[in-house]
Write a protein that binds this ligand. Sequence first.
Ligand code: GLN
Ligand code: ZN
Length: 769
Amino acid sequence: MTGKSAAAAARATVYGYPRQGQNRELKKAIEGYWKGRVTADALRETAAGLRRENWRRLAEAGVHEVPTGDFSYYDHVLDTSVMVGAVPGRHRAAVAADALDGYFAMARGTQEVAPLEMTKWFDTNYHYLVPELGPDTVFTADSAKQVGEVSEALALGHTPRPVLVGPVTYLLLAKPAPGAPAGFDPLTLLDRLLPVYAEVLGDLRAAGAEWAQLDEPALVQDRAPAELDAAARAYRELGGLTDRPKLLVASYFDRLGEALPVLAKAPVEGLALDFTETAAANLDDLAAAGGLPGKRLVAGVVNGRNVWINDLGKSLATLGTLLGLADRVDVAASCSLLHVPLDVAAERDIDPQVARWLAFARQKTAEIVTLARGLAHGTDTIAAELAANRADHAARAGSALTRDPAVRSRTGAVTDADGRRSQPYEQRAAAQRAHLGLPLLPVTTIGSFPQTGELRTARADLRAGRIDTAGYEERIRAEIQEVVSFQEKTGIDVLVHGEPERNDMVQYFAEQLTGYLATQHGWVQSYGTRYVRPPILAGDISRPEPMTVRWTTYAQSLTARPVKGMLTGPVTMLAWSFVRDDQPLAETARQVALALRDEVTDLEAAGTSVIQVDEPALRETLPLRTADRPGYLAWATEAFRLATAGVRPDTQIHTHMCYAEFGDILQAIDDIDADVISLEAARSHMQVARELATTGYPREVGPGVYDIHSPRVPDAAEAAGLLREGLSAIPAERLWVNPDCGLKTRGWPETRASLENLVAAAREIRADL
Ligand code: GLN
Ligand code: ZN
């Protein structure tokens, strides 16, 4: 292994590419197919066209091996379930009747059968369909999709590298099938699964694949010795096959840690490692493990999850160090480019100077190719690119957008006291009780009311110029009036304005904060045919004007009951955006927190006594490695307190988080020091209330008693039953009554009926107390 030959061989590659097409053609074709407007053949043709276009672009850019098999009609984990024959019993009839319709039945369910569960792909905003495996699962190989794409790429003259979810990650991401014995661990199925992978690999070899990539991102998480042993066994066995392509085992999203020596020792031909952000530790770990003698190293030095240009000089330095550690070093993005939008060049509304700092999938591909060229042929062959890159970084660092002196002096002057309420909780609680005069078990909602067709039409009319701003705001006020009068009539105690003016809980604020950018075409797949356009935190954040005050005060003017102000918290504002890479996340969070603090102050000054700051993303951005979590939670909780601690003791701060598992963040829930927290709890029978109680949580809690994910209406007896369960953990003085989450996805009829039942349940229990 000499640095020189490794350098000469350096090539550019990617692990995956955005699937949707320039104009989200895939979304349109699939949704058209579901509606019966597009035939299966037409859908297949669109898909093949998109793959052809992606490969052509990659090859023209200078990528040598193109990824195949990463394309998907819905999700690549679901594709893997199909590949290994893990079709749940309830979907088998649909799959047997028609493979494509059966595939979509697994993804979305049908009138008769429930879909697979969906959950987040590691710490990204992509969602995958969770495999359901049990002791009776029989795996059978179906390599048709993988082989088909290899043949397609070969026929077009490309060198394909099929990309598969690796067997260990596949099992670690699975959950026990319904009916599996308690404690069943899908990883125990490894020995049954490996022969199926062996068969698929044999088919890929026969189809002409020289290399295959097996993705094992689950190995970047903390793993038990038994799990590491399973990984060692899997790759010993697959590596030992004679009839197979060369194997590249890929890891991304973090460092491999203790899994690195395991994979380095495995009899496979290559390893792909992430060298960005916290995964940069892979560099020292790799050196400590003795490098990868005789193997191919694919170095993920271009961040595949952010939208910023690479620091080419820094990446070249990393690559230079790696040259001494492997037989061959290739250059890649840190992960699949699935997680970034397609092309900066499509953006017309972003200042061209600022657009130069941005890199989406196409631009990242070009960076990878440039780095590979520099590595293979010397940095003087990419002198022009390096100079332009340095100039762009300098422009970014010196720009008024990224350096607002007023914002910087403000964050620099933040003290501990700014993040602490002026009185301890017990005193505040007494002041709030006196100020608000609420009954026991006060009833409230989480914020949004149904986003009706009329509201969406109003927004579309405004965009299209069919109505003016005044006309639009008139419609919003009418909606607020209706929502307030409904809540009063129903007997809800703390009202909301219903959030009718918000397109999205992050975008709405991003559009009003200086320092945020919006894209026109920056779509990223969230799940299936759902794409989101995350705003970009590009510069220093400030709030030129109040963002919500007039809507909240308008609602308050219609009623004598308290109306709760409603904001999105700093952690969620970061989690559902593309964040800056030129300063620590803690600093960005502090800037957003101070902007929100201004809004909180203005709401209070305008007479708002209850203010809710939503943090549904607090848990989902937890770092993958537990060692990194305390640092994250420190800045995340500080940002929340900074946003909220400036209020008077008698102003009540609420927060809301919507998921059922809180084990990892119980301490953080305490640390944010909100007076009231509402949580999802209906499906888990108030489990979270019991968990919070065992930690001695001293503040008020609203465990949800209405599952808003379903159109089902809970009757009063059911809600009362849940409240009684809640009361066994939380005393009546500290228990609130509310749904699990906002009501924006629900219709009015079920919303009306459910909230009436919630009020009836609260009244029934109050009478007993
Ligand atoms: N206030 C928001 C709403 O009610 C909260 C949404 C959320 O938790 N995701 O819609
Ligand atoms: Zn929620």
